[in-house]
Write a protein that binds this ligand. Structure first.
Ligand code: PMP
Length: 407
């Protein structure tokens, strides 16, 4: 008990061991400052929900309350309502996944599905393989269950199969139990890249031959800018893949409705875990979303989001090219994020307070690693600020970076 702050907590000795992994994000305090209106925040990954016409949502809410109010306000099934599960399978068909609505488990956002899957599989010290870098929210869950996260290299085509194979062989030789590979194949958070189809197949092969489950996290798949949605890994392997989906980016995160598709035996356990965690997922949210999907041109609305985010991606890439031509960055074909590599002498975490002073915020790369890497990277989000604000933000960032480099 060396930390001064902990002496102020009379319950400090009572907490479970696993809470050792529960720490406030190092950059949380700065983000509070960064939410001031004069700061251009390229940090958070908030969907631009203002582009969702309010009357569409209001109409769905009114109709639910008129037709099904008592049920929508009641507890529901631990698996989710049959009607929303049917709709989810229609959405899944867009990514090549077929099957019955019985395969779907509705969760409180895909974040909760991440928690449930981790709870089902991880004993302290078990290995989770994850891309290098990986989603900060998943790393937080893995830490909370005391998993040992081992990062696997990626490049502009996503996770590198050869690195995966080598990592698995080395861990097996060391006698380490690997429970699953956590991957974000489309428009990666934070790296912005997409896994090629050939690599998807190769990675599935590798995992199958080593008896490793794949956890495919795909909240951004339908937010592809130019192409149709990439086909899911689960579309070719429904016995070795748990797929996670979400309405957070294609509709709105406030509903807190996501889902998991899992191999049969795992699905039963997921439903039990879901019931024990929340009794049932958000009934009202499920009813409103079902009504919205029944009554509105939801595919047209997703196209609106795609167009809006594509324009913001273009603004960010153009501004980076203009103001920071010496740096390198990824070029996302969808989603919310660009991953920037800084010159070796810069430290993204140390630089953040100076950036906030210049009225621009970003997320330092260190947030996306379980092992302290990432000082040479920053994640920039283009989803929320307008194209003009993005330009202003990148110009300010260039001032900070050039100042650090003494240019
Ligand atoms: N996975 C990834 C890769 C994400 O970026 C997010 C949201 N930031 C989530 C899961 C969680 O999304 P939700 O719980 O809103 O469905």
């Amino acid at each position: 008990m060396t930390d001064q702050g902990t002496n102020l907590d009379p319950w400090y000795d009572s907490y479970a061991d696993r809470t050792a992994g529960l720490s406030a994000s190092e950059v949380r305090a700065l983000f509070a400052v960064a939410s001031r209106p004069e700061v251009v925040s390229l940090a958070g990954g908030m969907p631009y929900v203002s582009a969702l016409p309010r009357e569409l949502v209001m109409g769905s809410i009114e109709k639910v309350m008129h037709d099904n109010g008592a049920m929508a306000l009641q507890y529901g099934s631990g698996q989710g309502t049959p009607a929303i599960r049917e709709h989810i399978m229609e959405i899944m068909a867009m990514e090549g996944i077929r099957g019955s609505a019985d395969n779907v488990v509705v969760t409180t956002g895909s974040q909760q599905a991440l928690d449930l899957v981790t709870r089902l599989f991880i004993n302290p010290g078990d290995v989770v393989l994850a891309e290098s870098p990986s989603y900060v929210g998943a790393l937080g869950v893995f830490r909370a269950y005391q998993a040992d996260v081992v990062h696997v290299a990626m490049d502009d085509d996503g996770l590198i199969p050869e690195s995966l194979r080598e990592t698995i062989v080395a861990l097996e030789a060391a006698g380490r139990p690997i429970k699953f590979l956590y991957t974000i194949p489309n428009f990666h958070n934070p790296a912005g890249v997409t896994l090629t189809w050939a690599r998807r197949l190769e990675i599935l092969d590798i995992c199958r031959s080593h008896g490793i489950l794949v956890l495919e996290d795909n909240p951004y798949g339908l937010l592809s800018f130019d192409q149709p949605a990439p086909q899911a890994m689960r579309s070719v392997d429904d016995e070795g893949v748990i797929y996670l989906g979400s309405f957070s980016k294609t509709l709105a995160p406030g509903f807190r409705v996501g889902w998991a598709l899992a191999p049969h035996a795992i699905r039963e356990k997921l439903i039990l875990a879901n019931e024990s965690a929340t009794l049932s997922p958000n009934s009202f949210g499920q009813f409103v979303i079902t009504e919205y999907l029944d009554q509105t041109d939801w595919k047209g609305q997703i196209d609106t989001f795609r167009g809006l985010y594509a324009e913001r991606r273009d603004a960010m890439l153009a501004a980076l090219g203009e103001y920071l031509p010496k740096l390198s960055w990824t070029k996302p074909d969808g989603g919310f994020f660009v991953w920037v590599t800084l010159p070796a002498e810069l430290d993204s975490k140390a630089m953040l307070p100076r950036a906030v002073k210049e009225l621009v915020a970003y997320t330092p790369g260190t947030a996306f690693y379980a092992d302290g890497q990432g000082r040479q990277n920053i994640r920039l989000s283009f989803c929320y600020p307008t194209p003009d604000a993005i330009r202003t933000g990148i110009a300010r960032l260039a001032t900070v970076i050039n100042g650090e480099l003494d240019l």
